[in-house]
Structures are given as structure tokens and as C-alpha cells.
Design a protein around this ligand. Structure first.
Ligand SMILES: Nc1nc2c(ncn2[C@@H]2O[C@H](COP(=O)(O)OP(=O)(O)OP(=O)(O)O)[C@@H](O)[C@H]2O)c(=O)[nH]1
Ligand SMILES: [Mg+2]
Length: 407
């Protein structure tokens, strides 16, 4: 590390800097590399960059440094992808999953699966060389058992994506209900800001509103919708149509009723039918307006209903707790560190699983070893696309274009 001054072409000092030289094989990219540490702020960095470009350097493409690191064999593709995941992570859980990917736990897990698979292939292919001998039955049962273990492992891994996707893309909660129930009031309360308009006039919210919050360390996409009812003008109707669509795509619907309305129970029975099988949580709002007896009646009417007052904040803690456990119910065990958070990996693993199952059928039927080996090789190829042992320019282009410049 050297200390000094960065001079412009005309000799003027641009900044007081430090610079470090990292030789080939001992740098991030694996190549000869120099890093310059200047003062933060756009102007200084821009002037230094302009000088470097004038001297023949080129500005890096998004993700180019990490791409070089991958091509130099310093990291595999799962760890290269994890660099972007770490940078993009904005909750505790997404950070932890990304960090575990970066540290290589995920890569090791997949490499072990691959090794186990190669062992089986070796056995199967050994019998290809002696066509007069089939795989002997005892050996075949042993191989089937080994293959079953691998299939179970890959299955488990594919399953983690259910939670991994939530970690990565967020858990989508949609607040629905009849007009004036207090949906926007709850939306604002959870957001801790007056984001949505709240008025006593039914039909206030027309377009839906979408915001991000963090709940129990998870990224949550919270959506406020237009109240659903039979009446309303053209704009409100359009809002209701989009609300119905959005409700269908929810991971969880918070369905809110106004407990001061006489007809809420009857309305609820009708409304819940229209929600179908979307996971739903019931909230009875405005309990501050109820008498003691009235509140008792509401509580007694439905054990699953959470009584709430957006006005006083009573019941909000219960609601958050209930939502938190709904999210964790959807989560894989994060302590093992092996969670699939990438749609790309999920696709490749599912493909590997299909090949493995096909191989199992052939092995069981004692078909020619060549055919079984072919399916097993296909499974290995899918795994190799995850780690980047096999790659195309197109795949790399797609992965690294997501990166920011300079990473
Ligand atoms: N007393 C009381 N009033 C509430 C409570 N929650 C909401 N309100 C009032 O109920 C009215 C409607 O609230 P909103 O949050 O706009 O209801 P909404 O469900 O978003 O209504 P739409 O957008 O029209 O569908 C407003 O006047 C709120 O101040 C509550 O817990 N207690
Ligand atoms: Mg509203």
C-alpha cells in the first residue's frame, strides 16, 4: 500500500490517495490489479477516472470484476452470484442466505452431491465395458439405495426454494376488505407513515398502493387495495377489478372487517368464498368503538379473528406476531445454510431431479447400463450449470448484467 498524490496530466494535484497493488493470483479478479483509495464524493472519483481513461484504461462493465474472478477459476458461479445477492440484500434473512452462499457452504453441498453421483456413474459405466455382464443384482440394489439418497437430497434442496424465494423476492401481503373497513389505516400503521389517504368516505382508495417493510427480519411487500363492494363509479370499479387480481397473487391476505357494522358476519361469509384458497388472516377492526359486551361477541364469533383498533393500536402486536409466524411457516430451516434463493438454480435442480428419477426407473428395470448412465450424466450436466463448470456466454451475460458497475 502506497501513500501519495494523484496528479492530473497537467501536473495538478487531484487528491491525496492511497493505492494498493495486488499481483496476479492474489487479487479479487485473479489478475494483476491496482486499487486506488481517494476521498469519497463524485467529483474526485470522476476526475481520477477520467485521467485513467485518458491514459488508456476502460470503464468496467457491470459485474466485470466478478466475472473475471469466475473465469480465472477463483470462485465458482454460485459464489459469483452470491456477490450480487450480498450487495442487494436488505434484510437479515436475505443477508444471511447470501453470505452463506458467498462463503461456499452451498457450493460444497452441491459439489458433494455431484461427487456421489459420479461414484454411481463410475459403477454403472464399469459394467458397460463388460457387456456380457449385467450389473449384478446385489450391486444394483446398492446403487439404487445410493441414488435414492441423492434424489432425496436434491428434492430437499428444490423444496427450500419455497422459502428462498420469499427471502429473495419478499413475502407479499395484501390488505383486502369492504370499503371503509380501515385497510388504508392499517397500511399506514404498519408502514409507520401516512402513505395512503384515509377518509370516512367509502371508496377512498382506488388504485392499489405497494410498499416494502421488514417484519421479523423478512422482506414484506405490503399492498393496500380498493375496498370491494357491488356499487361504486367507473374508477372505483376499475380499482376493485385490480384488487381482485392482486388478492389472488398474495402469499397472505389480511382480510379486514369493520366490527361496528351490523352485517359484517354475513358479508364475511360471502367475501371469503370469493377469496378461494388464498391463505387468509381475519382482522376485526375498530374495536375501540365497541362496548365490552360487543367486543366479547366479536371475539366469540370467530376464534381465528384478530380484534384490532387502528385508532388506538390495540391488537397490532398480536397481528404482527401472527403474520410473523405465517411467514416462518413457509420458511425452510435456515440454520443449515443451504437455501436455494435463485430461480435459475431452482430450474437446474428440478431438471437434475427429473434426470435422476429417469435413471432410477432404468436402473430398477435393469435396462442397458448405457441408458442409465446417460440420464445420470444429464443430471451431472444440470448441476454443472449451477456451479458454472458448464456455462455459455449467454448465461454469464444474464447473470453479470444484474451486477452494479465496478463489482
Ligand atoms: N374508530 C376507529 N376508526 C377507524 C379505525 N380504523 C379506521 N378508522 C376510520 O375509518 C375510516 C375509513 O378508514 P380507511 O383506512 O380509509 O378505510 P379503507 O378500508 O382504506 O377504505 P377504502 O379505501 O374506502 O376502501 C376513516 O375515517 C378512519 O379514520 C379504528 O380502528 N377505529
Ligand atoms: Mg383505503
Amino acid at each position: 500500500m502506497r501513500y501519495g498524490h494523484f496528479l492530473a496530466r497537467d501536473g495538478a494535484v487531484i487528491d491525496e490517495i492511497m493505492a494498493v497493488y495486488m499481483p496476479e493470483g492474489r487479487s479479487y479478479t485473479g489478475h494483476d490489479q491496482v486499487e486506488i483509495y481517494c476521498h469519497g464524493g463524485r467529483q474526485v472519483a470522476k476526475m481520477i477516472q477520467d485521467e485513467l481513461v485518458a491514459a488508456g484504461a476502460r470503464v468496467a462493465e457491470p459485474g466485470e470484476f466478478t466475472r473475471l474472478a469466475f473465469l480465472a477459476g477463483r470462485i465458482d458461479l454460485t459464489r459469483a452470484e452470491a456477490v450480487a445477492e450480498v450487495i442487494e440484500s436488505n434484510t437479515d434473512t436475505s443477508f444471511r442466505a447470501a453470505r452463506d452462499h458467498l462463503l461456499g457452504g452451498y457450493h460444497n453441498h452441491i459439489s458433494q452431491l455431484r461427487e456421489a453421483l459420479i461414484d454411481i456413474i463410475a459403477e454403472v459405466e464399469a459394467s458397460v465395458d463388460y457387456p456380457e455382464e449385467d450389473i449384478d443384482p446385489e450391486n444394483r440394489f446398492g446403487l439404487l439405495a445410493q441414488l435414492d439418497v441423492i434424489i432425496a437430497n436434491v428434492n430437499e434442496l428444490v423444496d427450500t426454494y419455497r422459502g428462498g424465494r420469499i427471502i429473495n423476492e419478499g413475502f407479499r401481503i395484501v390488505i383486502g376488505g369492504r370499503p371503509n373497513a380501515g385497510k388504508s389505516s392499517l397500511f399506514n400503521l404498519l408502514l409507520r407513515q401516512e402513505r395512503a389517504l384515509v377518509t370516512p368516505t367509502p371508496g377512498t382508495t382506488r388504485d392499489y398502493l405497494s410498499e416494502w417493510i421488514e417484519l421479523d427480519g423478512f422482506k414484506v411487500n405490503l399492498i393496500d387495495t380498493a375496498g370491494l363492494r357491488q356499487t361504486g363509479g367507473a374508477v372505483e370499479k376499475a380499482g376493485q377489478k385490480s384488487a381482485r387480481q392482486i388478492l389472488k397473487g398474495a402469499n397472505l391476505v389480511i382480510w379486514m372487517v369493520d366490527t361496528t357494522k351490523k352485517s359484517w358476519k354475513r358479508d364475511l361469509g360471502y367475501d371469503l368464498k370469493s377469496l378461494g384458497d388464498t391463505p387468509t388472516m381475519l382482522i376485526g377492526n375498530k374495536i375501540d368503538l365497541l362496548s365490552g359486551a360487543g367486543l366479547k361477541r366479536v371475539k366469540a364469533s370467530d376464534a381465528k379473528l384478530i380484534p384490532l383498533s387502528c385508532l388506538t393500536g390495540k391488537g397490532v402486536a398480536d397481528l404482527k406476531r401472527a403474520v410473523g409466524s405465517r411467514i416462518t411457516d413457509n420458511m425452510p430451516d435456515l440454520t443449515s445454510g443451504v437455501v436455494v434463493t435463485s430461480a435459475r438454480h431452482q430450474q437446474k435442480l428440478s431438471k437434475a431431479l427429473r434426470s435422476l428419477k429417469a435413471a432410477r426407473v432404468k436402473l430398477k428395470k435393469d435396462e442397458t447400463p448405457e441408458l442409465t448412465a446417460f440420464d445420470l450424466r444429464q443430471a451431472v450436466a444440470s448441476i454443472d450449470e449451477i456451479t458454472g463448470k458448464i456455462y455459455t456466454e449467454e448465461i454469464l451475460g444474464r447473470i453479470f448484467s444484474r451486477f452494479c458497475i465496478g463489482k
